[in-house]
Design a protein around this ligand. Structure first.
Ligand code: GDG
Length: 475
């Protein structure tokens, strides 16, 4: 097989299998990581290892737009145990501070180990001598160590897209030592927030008593020597220029006006955009909005909340249950407050093309990001990037990673319903001058720290690690 000098390993390949009249073909998938890495992959001799998106699909590596795509086959059992089970029903709730109860099942763990090994072996086969491999996210935490054992010549990076919890919670994990060891196989371990990197370093100290200093973790080796792994924050971002281009398009601006019109031209539109996930605080947001209507502080006709809740992980029980709860709440609020002409909440359990999302951002006066825990939250940054007129208000949870950079948002604690109600009213009533001051500061941050910068910072850190490795080999 052809090998590559730069290999990305992620749960999903950057393409979707589509069935058309002429048979099956591959189409680039719209994900954030794909956009982030597009430029890099074009420049280097790159490969991408991942699941092709359909159970049991067995395909040979193939070239797509100059990148070697290496499919990892997953059976429906693997998907149930490794993906829906261990990744999304154990790690996801545990790492989001146990908002939902994590389930610890040994068969899920066994499958997670097996599937991680399969990814590591595929990456080892795709990587050229001395290559750099960049592993993505919580589904693949064991891959760095497995890969280091298979291929000590490689420089290995890992990026963690979700929070890393405090040790008091992390220590619940029956396999806490194995997961830490898996991650420590990387030379560079990237996190969203400084606090996540700190929690990780503390877990390493508690479990192994290794020395950690600034971002460096000293890992003793069997031969009596040691190596240093870097655990550091690299806050992820968006392709800000891409969003600005969309926001400048006359057809998308016209669509934004049309959306306002079709909602009955309320004075203010509030917007929420989330995967339907219990981490996003959708229920808390609705509770606050419902109470504002009840208290008479907000009137239907003046204010409408548009909530896009895109379908997600529907086969995991906690998600099915959350959907029922949200839909019951929306039904109750709308039943009580809707009029023949206006609705309180326009709820959309659907996915939309990016153009439509941007039109919604342009139509919205207030963006509500009320996550109970979130690695970063790209929606907050996307809203800010599209506000070309420097108007609009971002209400942002302190528990989203984005809060570290976006200090000029109206910050909230989503658990404090009264505080969130006051913040929403403040956002609705905010004078244009204050909106402008805040939005300009927010836009500066997002435009400076875009996704190109994120990729560059990560790759620079990997390059430093690679140079150190080469020097060591030479000495
Ligand atoms: C994880 C972490 C971290 C949503 N609905 C539609 C749609 N979206 C897009 C948004 C945004 C993306 O999906 C969601 O990204 P988030 O960051 O908000 O949240 P997660 O999916 O939970 O992502 C998170 C992220 O990884 C990156 O590291 O920030 O903390 O949890 O881009 O716009 N896009 C379209 N139609 C939809 O209906 N086109």
């Amino acid at each position: 097989m052809t090998t590559a000098d730069f290999v990305v390993v992620a749960n999903r390949l950057p393409v979707d299998r589509v069935t058309g009249p002429g048979g099956d073909s591959w189409r680039r998938s719209p994900g954030g990581l794909v956009t982030a890495l597009e430029q890099v992959m074009k420049k280097v001799d790159g490969a991408w290892v991942g699941w092709p998106g359909r159970a049991d699909l067995d395909v040979e590596p193939f070239d797509f737009d100059g990148t070697l795509l290496v499919p990892v086959k997953l059976s429906s059992d693997d998907l149930e145990n490794y993906y829906e089970g261990f990744s999304n029903d154990t790690i996801w709730p545990l790492y989001h501070d146990v908002i939902a109860a994590p389930r610890y099942r040994r068969v899920w763990w066994d499958s997670y180990v097996r599937v991680n090994r399969r990814f590591a072996e595929a990456a080892a086969a795709a990587a050229a001598d001395g290559a750099t491999v960049w592993v993505q996210d919580y589904q693949l935490q064991l891959v760095p160590r497995m890969l280091r054992e298979l291929r000590p010549d490689l420089t290995i990076g890992y990026f963690h897209h979700i929070p890393f919890p405090a040790y008091g919670l992390y220590s619940q994990l029956p396999w806490r030592r194995q997961v830490i060891d898996g991650l420590l196989g990387a030379d560079v371990i990237g996190f969203q927030r400084v606090a996540d990197a700190g929690n990780f370093a503390r877990a390493v100290r508690r479990i192994h008593h290794y020395t950690t200093k600034a971002s460096g973790i000293t890992i003793p080796l069997q031969d009596g020597g040691h190596r240093i792994a870097l655990a550091k924050a690299f806050p992820i971002s968006i392709d800000a220029d891409g969003y600005i281009e969309l926001a400048e398009r006359p057809d998308i601006q016209a669509r934004a006006a049309e959306i306002r019109e079709s909602l009955g031209n309320p004075k203010k539109i509030l917007l929420g955009v989330d995967r339907l996930d219990y981490t996003k605080g959708i229920r808390h947001r609705m509770k606050a909005f419902g109470e504002l209507l009840e208290d008479g502080r907000v009137e239907v006709g003046d204010v409408t909340l548009v909530q896009v809740a895109s379908p997600s992980r529907e086969r995991v029980q906690a998600y099915a249950q959350l959907r029922d709860e949200i839909e019951l709440t929306v039904g109750r609020i709308n039943g009580q407050f809707d009029t023949m002409t206006n609705t309180a909440i326009r709820y959309l359990h659907q996915s939309y093309p990016r153009e439509e999302m941007v039109a919604l951002f342009l139509a919205a006066d207030v963006m509500l990001v009320t996550a109970l825990r979130d690695g970063m939250n790209l929606v907050a940054k996307e809203y800010v990037a599209t506000r070309l007129d420097n108007r609009g208000v971002l209400v942002l949870s302190e528990f989203a990673g984005a809060a570290d950079e976006l200090a000029s948002a109206v910050r909230i604690n989503p658990h404090d319903i009264d505080g969130m109600k006051d913040a929403i009213v403040r956002a609705i009533d905010m004078p244009a001058a204050e909106q402008g001051r805040r939005m300009r500061a927010l836009r500066r941050k997002v435009l400076e720290n875009d996704v190109a910068r994120w990729t560059r910072d990560n790759l620079d850190a990997l390059d430093v690690a690679r140079q150190a490795k080469l020097r060591e080999q030479a000495s």
